[in-house]
Design a protein around this ligand. Sequence first.
Ligand SMILES: [Zn+2]
Length: 297
Amino acid sequence: MRQLILGCLMALLLLAALPQAVPCAQPTADLPAHAALDLAVLRAAYPGAVQGLERNPAGQLELVLTTGQRLMYDDGRTESATADSRHADDPHANDAKKDLTAPDLRTMMAQAYPLGPVDEASANPKPGFDPGRARVQGLFTALYGATEAQVRKNCTPVHFDTHTLPFSTRFGAAQALERVWRRIEPLLPQHPEFLPVLRPLGETLAWRVIAGTQRLSMHSFGIALDVNPDLPYWRWEKHPETIPARCRAFPPELLAAFEAEGFIWGGKWASFDLMHFEYRPELVLKARILAGELPQP
Ligand SMILES: [Zn+2]
């Protein structure tokens, strides 16, 4: 009997010690499947940053960050702009353009990044297929810093080849870049073909807009690395017809080292940028789940 009373007392004490329930965003069970998946990968990729998805008074889904900041998840424009506007003659081409300048999060995550070695399909992406290139800037300023000073404060030097480069410590980015180099370094003696890709090395952190746009480059947040800046970029490439072959010639071991650590490669975009890698763990995780390599978190 005494043990029973003691047990009850302990249970009451434990209940009293539990923290108050955090006010909850819309339960995941009520979300459309695509939204539940996007929420799950955002939470897993950016631990502690995401509270949940909630409907605003207009019925649109918004992502609520733990800071209270709200970002549009689905502004109600159709998916057309993401999935169907890969052809230049598509009537939704203007929507696709809007999606680059002011995408919602659903659009940002809609095109599945094609993980793995370059194949016929990824060497020849359809126009408008640029997975990861439409970005919700407010998410990245919230995650990594809203000013150059804030971003710099979050950066640490990372050893990469013969350089020490500033990279964000937030959400494992700097550690991921360190691991990329640890994967590449032991392969170098056997792979002289890596050198013209890696040297001279481009930049990581640079607070600047993307050429020809008002949008901040991912370099602004200390989460992107350009390898040799002489590699082709769509805006000034004079022989775009050579790009599929150059993508196929890109050392697969280098690509695999980056993708294994949560980076995406601009060489897989229709608007190609073969020097550019950026840390996008949410897109890489989503790609692995969609490929059946990982269960949904
Ligand atoms: Zn770049």
